[in-house]
Design a protein. Structure first.
Length: 218
């Protein structure tokens, strides 16, 4: 009820991701693409949730933009009267550009400072990340950027780099890291939850660069 502003939404997850973030909470979806639901089963699910007042569909992952039939999936939900939100890591600006006119909301994860992407995610094509940021700021009907703050891994210098990357953004969400037993990086499984003090300090670094800053866990 909080992930798609203004909507009661159901989540649909795609498998496969080109990032290898040690703090990923959907680690089971990181590998190769897995068999998914048929169009018939998706239709049944949509009908079921529509009867329960659900009016939004969130496509998350994994990384949805790796799938060539993503535009068809968005159309599928829209044809059933649902507003559609996409979660993305921003690594496929070409697919993102194709999908943006169809989307009611898009959320892009900004994992860390551009200079530290390869270190934290295993992905190094920062030009694509920058291109996706620009597309969302220019073309999205509604959108947000968001960062999961990991104490000691995210610094004020990192946040200043992020502030420059998304300067002028409509909405930026900061959320605390929460340890789990199934995280890909064993060291992070016992890493402490990000403190409210750290969340507030990171927020102060970016507050002036965005129109609407939301800080969770502070």
């Amino acid at each position: 009820m909080i992930d798609f502003p203004g909507r009661l939404a159901v989540f649909f997850f795609t498998s496969g991701c080109n990032f290898r973030c040690g703090f990923c909470h959907n680690a089971s979806l990181l590998g190769k693409a897995l068999p998914g639901l048929s169009w018939e089963r998706l239709a049944e699910a949509c009908d079921k949730y529509r009867e329960q007042w659900v009016d939004g569909a969130v496509i998350s992952g994994g990384e949805p933009t790796l799938h060539q039939d993503l535009p068809d999936l968005i159309d599928f939900f829209r044809d059933r009267g649902m507003k559609v939100k996409l979660d993305t890591n921003g690594s496929n600006p070409a697919m993102l550009k194709t999908c943006l006119p169809k989307l009611d909301y898009v959320a892009m994860d900004i994992k860390t400072a551009p200079s530290k992407y390869a270190e934290l995610t295993g992905y190094s094509d920062i030009d694509r990340i920058r291109a996706s940021v620009e597309l969302i700021m220019q073309l999205a009907q509604n959108g947000e950027f968001r960062t999961t703050i990991i104490e000691q891994l995210h610094t004020t210098a990192d946040m200043q780099e992020i502030a420059a990357l998304i300067d002028g953004a409509q909405r930026y969400v900061l959320q605390p890291f929460v340890p789990q037993d199934n995280l890909p990086d064993p060291a992070l499984r016992k890493h402490p939850r990000t403190s409210p003090q750290c969340m507030r300090a990171m927020a102060d670094c970016v507050r002036a660069c965005v129109q609407n800053l939301i800080v969770r866990g502070a």
